[in-house]
Design a binder for this molecule. Structure first.
Ligand SMILES: [Mn+2]
Length: 334
């Protein structure tokens, strides 16, 4: 890892703003908070600004309550913090125009910029780039970065908990093919630094609201389409259903994995109507089936080979799911 330039830049105290992707997950928020805590230990002033709200099951993360969220904090405070920043760090995504409302506030800034990310298809150039598509998680990259900066001794329980959460969730609890022996070594090291893995697993996965479970039951019973001969399964969820079940941010997270867990299914999807009427798509696959390419071709999206997302405007939920039904075989049997 090439860190000299960054190391040089961080030799004097800097004002740093760290930004996760929209609707941050455990890897996005965990990498931001770990990097923030590390920079603070080095004498910098670091602030995490999120383009949107993060899910309630991440509120336990060290310093999560310090995150400025564009949906809920005064825009004047966020603009002021951004204008004072000397370094902007983009974590777990790689395109400056992918931050919804925050993109407008950031694109005019001329300060130094850094990226740390593992998603395919980097869209911008940055002064400091830590972009590794083979990494299992951005938290793995932040771990490697701190090691490369020769500061392993600064990784404490707080930083370790944030990094562990991102690695655990982005590897599907250590089951995806990205779970290398190196990942297990990193995690072993984090455990030795005091990370309580059982507590983190319970905080993230055993923290369901009754509404979320009832919604899951409804979705499994009524909103799941399965076609085993064509190897696909998907959920389709309307805005009204999300409102009727009082779902919270993050409550549909993981739903797509139930579709993928069905015997004989190799591609799974979740189609969901968003606030603005657009259709959000989550895709999962196993083996060589490339849902990143599927999403890029039909759903304006991207991501990884086996986990991708997309968004379609100007089409109905039914139009989008029927499109999926018609084109999915291109990718199942290319
Ligand atoms: Mn990630």
């Amino acid at each position: 890892m090439e860190v000299q330039a960054l190391q040089q830049y961080l030799q004097i105290p800097r004002k740093v703003v760290i930004i996760p992707h929209v609707k941050p997950d455990a890897d996005a928020l965990g990498s931001c908070l770990a990097w923030k805590i590390y920079l603070q230990k080095k004498g910098h002033i670091a602030t995490v600004i999120s383009p949107s709200e993060y899910p309630a099951f991440l509120k336990w993360m060290p310093q999560a309550d310090s995150v400025l969220d564009l949906e809920f904090h005064p825009q004047t405070l966020i603009v002021e913090t951004l204008q004072q920043a000397e370094l902007l760090c983009f974590l777990d995504f790689n395109g400056i125009n992918r931050m919804e409302q925050l993109s407008k506030l950031v694109s005019a800034l001329t300060c130094k910029k850094m990226v740390a990310d593992h998603h395919i298809g980097k869209e911008d150039n940055f002064d400091f780039e830590f972009w590794y598509v083979e990494a299992a998680a951005t938290c793995e990259i932040i771990y490697d970065l701190i090691i490369a900066l020769r500061d392993e001794h600064l990784i404490d329980t707080s930083i370790g908990e944030c990094l562990y959460a991102g690695i655990m969730t982005d590897t599907g609890s250590f089951k995806y093919a990205t779970t290398t022996s190196k990942i297990h070594r990193i995690v072993a090291n984090l455990i030795e630094k005091g990370v309580n893995t059982e507590k983190i697993h319970r905080n993230i996965f055993d923290n369901n609201s009754l509404e979320k479970l009832k919604f899951l039951g409804y979705a499994l019973h009524t909103k799941l389409v399965v076609n085993v001969p064509k190897q696909y399964a998907y959920f389709y969820i309307t805005r009204q259903e999300l409102l009727d079940f009082h779902t919270q941010v993050g409550d549909t997270e993981g739903l797509v994995n139930y579709a993928l867990s069905i015997k004989g299914v190799s591609v799974a999807a979740l189609f969901k109507e968003d606030k603005d009427g657009s259709i959000k798509i989550s895709l999962r696959s196993i083996g060589d089936i490339n849902v990143r390419n599927l999403s890029a071709k039909y759903f304006n999206g991207g991501g990884h080979k086996n986990a991708a997302g997309g968004k379609v405007e100007g089409k109905t939920l039914d139009e989008v799911r029927f499109l999926f039904e018609n084109v999915v075989s291109e990718f199942v049997n290319p």
